[in-house]
Design a protein around this ligand. Structure first.
Ligand SMILES: [Fe+2]
Ligand SMILES: [Fe+2]
Length: 513
């Protein structure tokens, strides 16, 4: 520990004693603040950053014990070591001092070497104590930040910049904070080799970011893909670090004057936390590193989730295409049924997750058709009873093909129940009302609308208005009692959007929601 960075408050009612202490401490590089008035101590410790107090005991208006107790009772100041300087040396007086919270004693008249040794020892202890507190504070902070982020994590709505801003907020010094944090954080991220740089600062507990018009990556030697490097430097060391160019660039743009800092370098993200209120340590570097790593981990998690979702959609589409191989009438039917089902679910006020799921999983409603004999599917002319029995097995086949995986529970329910009817007249099981899962009821209506509208080998295409009338009023095949009244009402409310969706998805070019 180097002297010169510590401020010592000396409290004594006799000016001559203060002068002696000042003469001992100032030449050793300590900054000395003196007061003869013990009542001022509270104000001084609140306003200044005091590292140690040398406190006289016998003072007329307020004795040293009381002053010490006030300091030690206040959570903001209790970590400041207090050395009592006293002519009293009885056991009782010592006990009284210990009870008041004094950390050490020096007997008057004092030996200056003894005073200096005590000061050095206590400052060292305070520094260790501060670091421990800071460490504890950081661990708590990192844990709750991680928890918060995971709570709100959504791969679909993941915005890397928001997470980075959250990290910076954890790192930056807010007004009123202690000196353990930096005043400025600069972050660079890359997207397809284009770097963007932002400078973050805090004022009045708000975070401000400014986009920098600099290409800082040009003056950095970045590690290879998959690697990262953390460096830190203190005053006077900047010139010797690999960050010299960076600091020169920042300073030449008059952005700031760099005293100390930490840098995290990786091929996709760089972060610099600059100008801490004290020397930075390897410990500060690991705090920055773990925060940045958390955000990079979330970014990679989000990418992986999206990639998996994409692969899943692709697989569903492949299965659907395979199931349509023998069906000449299919066109965009399954895609439209997915879209209509999502529209109905949205109109019914279902959650975004449900809407998204039904959009994808409804597309598998007819996969069971792939087990219906080809000669029936391709039969010209009227189907006989046996043909109809075979076709009516497709819900059971579909459920078997989709299988029991929980991720496809909705698809399985849909395949199995999309031909069930609210009034119990459907197949394969003749389920009634709410015995039919809601997803099956929704897809039942979506499928009916699309089948009515679309031209088949045995029937022409029908207009939107006619299809709506058929569903709402009924004909020889379809009756309003087939449908859940709530879903029927939602269909009526969304009818205009059904017409638009049908027009948009009519051609078998496909479209993603
Ligand atoms: Fe079907
Ligand atoms: Fe269908």
């Amino acid at each position: 520990m180097e002297p010169g960075k510590h401020t010592i408050l000396c409290v004594d009612d006799e000016l001559v004693n203060l002068k002696v202490l000042d003469a001992v401490l100032t030449p050793r590089g300590y900054q000395v603040i003196v007061t003869q008035n013990p009542k001022e101590v509270q104000t001084i410790v609140q306003e200044k950053s005091i590292d140690l107090i040398l406190l006289d005991v016998m003072m007329p208006e307020l004795d040293g014990y009381s002053v010490c107790r006030q300091i030690k009772d206040n959570p903001q100041t209790r970590q400041i070591p207090v050395v009592m300087i006293t002519v009293l040396s009885s056991k009782e007086d010592r006990i009284k001092g210990i009870d008041a919270g004094a950390d050490d004693f020096v007997t008057k008249p004092f030996d200056q070497e003894v005073v200096l040794a005590r000061v050095r020892m206590l400052l060292k202890m305070k520094a260790l104590n501060d670091r421990l507190n800071h460490g504890y504070h950081n661990i708590t902070r990192l844990t709750s930040f991680g928890e918060e982020i995971l709570k709100g994590f959504s791969a679909k709505n993941f915005r890397f910049f928001d997470v980075i801003s959250g990290v910076v907020k954890q790192v930056l010094r807010q007004s009123g904070d202690i000196q353990d944090k930096p005043l400025i954080v600069i972050v660079g991220t890359t997207n397809r080799n284009r770097w963007e740089w932002y400078q973050f600062e805090s004022a009045f507990n708000e975070l401000y970011s400014t986009k920098l018009n600099l290409q800082l990556q040009d003056c950095l030697s970045l590690p290879a893909t998959g690697d990262s490097r953390v460096l830190f430097f203190n005053e006077g060391e900047v010139g010797g670090t690999v960050l010299r160019e960076l600091v020169r660039m920042l300073e030449s743009e008059s952005l700031l004057s760099v005293r100390n800092g930490i840098s995290y370098l990786s091929p996709e993200l760089c972060a610099f936390s600059l100008n801490y209120g004290r020397d930075v340590t390897v410990y500060d570097a690991s705090v920055l590193k773990s925060l940045v790593m958390q955000s990079l981990f979330l970014k990679s998690l989000s990418n992986q989730v999206l990639e998996t979702e994409d692969a899943l959609e692709h697989t569903v589409r492949a299965l659907v295409r395979a199931s349509e191989a023998n069906d000449q009438d299919s066109g965009n039917h399954v895609i439209r049924v997915g879209a209509f089902s999502a529209l109905l679910a949205e109109t019914l006020g279902m959650s975004a997750k449900f809407v998204r799921s039904i959009w994808l999983q409804a597309q598998m409603h007819d996969v069971g058709m792939m087990r219906v004999p080809v000669n029936i599917l391709r039969k010209e002319g009227k189907l006989d009873t046996q043909d109809l029995i075979a076709i009516r097995r497709h819900p059971l086949y579909g459920a078997e093909i989709i299988g029991p995986h929980p991720r496809f529970r909705m698809a399985r329910n849909i395949a199995l129940t999309h031909h069930e009817r609210w009034d119990g007249s459907g197949y394969p099981k003749g389920l009634k009302g709410e015995q039919i899962p809601v997803e099956g009821r929704i897809v039942g209506l979506a499928d009916t609308y699309d089948s009515i509208r679309t031209a088949k080998r045995f029937k022409p295409a029908i207009s939107h208005d006619e299809a709506v009338e058929t569903i709402l009023k009924g004909n020889e095949r379809t009756r309003p009692d087939h449908f859940d009244p709530r879903i029927l009402a939602a269909f009526q409310r969304a009818a205009v959007r059904f017409a638009k969706l049908y027009a948009r998805l009519e051609e078998p070019s496909g479209e993603k929601r």
